[in-house]
Design a protein around this ligand. Sequence first.
Ligand SMILES: Nc1ncnc2c1ncn2[C@@H]1O[C@H](COP(=O)(O)OP(=O)(O)OP(=O)(O)O)[C@@H](O)[C@H]1O
Length: 327
Amino acid sequence: MGDAPLLRVDDLQLHYQTRQGVVHAVDGIDFELKRNEALVVLGESGCGKSSLAKALMRVLPRNVHHQGGRVHLGDTELTALSDERFRREVQWSRMALVMQASMNALNPVVKVGEQVAEPLRVLRRWPRRQALARAAEVFALVGISTDFMTRYPFELSGGMRQRAVLAMALVAEPELVILDEPTSALDVLTQASIMNALKRVKRELGTSFILITHDVATSSELADRVALMYAGQLVEVSDAERFFSDPAHPYSQMLMASVPKLRQRSRPQAIPGQPPSLFEPPAGCRFAARCPHRFAACSRDPRAIRLAERHRVRCWLHDDTQAGGGA
Ligand SMILES: Nc1ncnc2c1ncn2[C@@H]1O[C@H](COP(=O)(O)OP(=O)(O)OP(=O)(O)O)[C@@H](O)[C@H]1O
């Protein structure tokens, strides 16, 4: 059991119905996450990162056209649970989501400490005093003075509100916390200090994280693993160190070359072209149109190729059966 993954996601799909057609926002995603690991999901705007979080957490809009795949959390198959059981047994207590811009979603007329304590009162039926005492511990862990517990959200800075939302997600000690762009609205110093708070939480509570972001630099601080998303699919899933130093997928390589670095002589390189439409994504490799290495095989969908233990890449260049093809 010891090394069994905490989270296993197999062929996850989430498609939306719109007047223009069906949007394939999440289109066949597989990955695993171990306990106490932080997975950073990177990808440019519109590639489906938030949809992935929503599919995992069942926070779905009304216009879902199709949902598919399996998700296991420990031994529980989440995708087999009814909405009612998922809400009662999983949301907040085993798995929590900090949505994009959620620091603006705190209730303006309820004191912050009461809001952070609420999951314990509702889910665990803890008495108010006990819940507030636990909330105070979590406030300290995420770096807010407990003085702020008796304040209203408008009395807190953006960074403090974001920490309060984080405290609320952590208060019931879920095994997994999903954070969707948790710091993108904040200044760089606040971003860094929230990343430090997350590292502390990971160390002290053993929490696993999925951190969704387009910010390569900030996220590298926390990441044990990286998954790079492109047009609804994961193109590479790898150890963070390997991903940042020696990425394997051409898109990963181009993304890393596009990130400005302090001691870099050459200029950061933009990636020419646009991602494909998610209405009718191409049948073959979705990155092929922008890829300098494309060759004949790319007109077929590249399966996930295993480069090493826990390193998968969705690219024919790394498939031995296609050896010599343009690499
Ligand atoms: N409810 C919805 N109905 C229809 N299309 C949607 C809906 N939500 C998202 N989309 C579309 O699905 C695709 C993926 O969106 P999503 O928000 O998941 O991407 P993202 O990578 O999180 O983007 P960003 O970083 O800009 O938030 C986009 O084309 C988006 O326009």
